[in-house]
Design a protein around this ligand. Structure first.
Ligand SMILES: [Fe+2]
Length: 345
């Protein structure tokens, strides 16, 4: 396994790079915008291909690198399902898995610091975001923070993990890099409380100043979405209603770019083809299945994903590959459902 912990000293943020092997797919957790060049250089040096960029929650102290990494690598951006970030390409919920080649993160919903805080469990370690810090916990006084929810997330989820589980937080301001669940149980001063009420009183009494970047970072981080309007302006977008009307026509092939787990959870458009976004480049290039379908069989490719973000990138890639009739469905399966499009489970 390849595992790197990277640090942004301005915001005290830890960013993690994971991959199963040299030459393979990579995933990054909590990237910072100003450090994107550094990550991309390291990814090149380690001979990796970035396929997913994940945030543990909507950050208030730095601008996320998700949008820039997506624009520069075409990776899939991932956050929890109840985030207020406008459009991330994949949203996950408790019990879901975030997978790349050879590696799988289990998703835990751990609200409290914010209502969109998630932790990601991977083998012997857990990425706790700002829910559980080393000898501390994330503040709960803004962004719909809730000390009671955080108590529940920490005591009833994270501390139930084996004591030997390594704890990798999103921040540290003291110079610590890693801890364990057992160590935090024993020595984290915030966890020396006897009840949820006591924890809430402790957290509500902290009276911390707001993060310096908060007024800039929060609004910026809510707008990481790809500008689907740009794709629409080029005439490459269909509304869900238009796509529903085209469904079943012999010259149309609806191509679902979502992953298997997303299709299982949110439903499948009857008759659609499945081509996960990570393998799109191979499918769309000369000799690929989708390329043949469009170029030889003269089918119009109509890309579909969760919210229209991956499909917007796909339609651009298809146009770049010379497939001029390719389109995508604005708003993805979310819009399809709202327009009462048919789905099977
Ligand atoms: Fe945070």
């Amino acid at each position: 396994m390849i595992f790197r912990q990277l640090f942004d000293s301005t915001s005290g943020t830890y960013t993690y790079l994971l991959a199963s092997r040299p030459g393979g797919e990579a995933l990054v957790i909590d990237p910072v915008l100003e450090k994107v060049d550094r990550y991309l250089q390291l990814i090149r040096e380690l001979d990796l291909r970035l396929v997913k960029a994940v945030d543990t929650h909507l950050h208030a102290d730095h601008i996320t690198g998700l949008g820039a990494l997506r624009d520069r690598t075409h990776c899939v951006t991932v956050m929890g399902e109840n985030t207020k970030a406008d459009v991330v390409s994949m949203r996950v919920a408790e019990g879901d898995r975030i997978e790349i080649e050879g590696l799988r993160l289990n998703v835990l919903y751990t609200p409290g610091h914010t209502d969109d805080s998630y932790s990601y469990l991977f083998a012997d370690r857990v990425f706790t975001g700002d829910t559980l810090l080393i000898r501390g916990t994330g503040r709960t006084d803004f962004q719909n923070g809730d000390p009671r929810a955080q108590y529940d997330s920490i005591f009833n989820k994270l501390l139930k993990l084996p004591d030997s589980t390594l704890v990798y937080p999103a921040h540290d301001y003291k110079g610590d890099t890693v801890s364990t669940i057992g160590e935090e149980k024993l020595y984290n001063p915030r966890l020396k409380v006897k009840s949820m009420d006591e924890y809430a009183a402790l957290m509500n009494g902290l009276n911390l100043p707001n993060p310096k970047m908060m007024d800039v970072a929060v609004p910026a981080n809510m707008r990481v979405g790809l500008h689907q309007e740009d794709v629409a302006r080029k005439g490459w977008a269909l509304t869900a209603a238009e796509a529903i009307a085209m469904r079943g026509r012999p010259e149309v092939a609806i191509v679902d770019l979502r992953e298997k787990s997303e299709r299982e959870r949110h439903g499948i458009v009857p008759g659609s083809l499945h081509a996960p976004y990570v393998s799109l480049q191979d499918e769309i290039g000369a000799g690929g299945m989708l390329h043949e379908l469009a170029a030889t069989a003269k089918k119009r490719l109509v890309f579909l994903c969760a919210f229209g973000e991956r499909s917007a990138m796909a339609v651009q890639a298809a146009q770049d590959a010379g497939l001029a009739t390719a389109r995508h469905i604005s708003g993805g399966i979310d819009a399809w459902k709202k327009a009462d499009g048919p789905l099977t489970h």
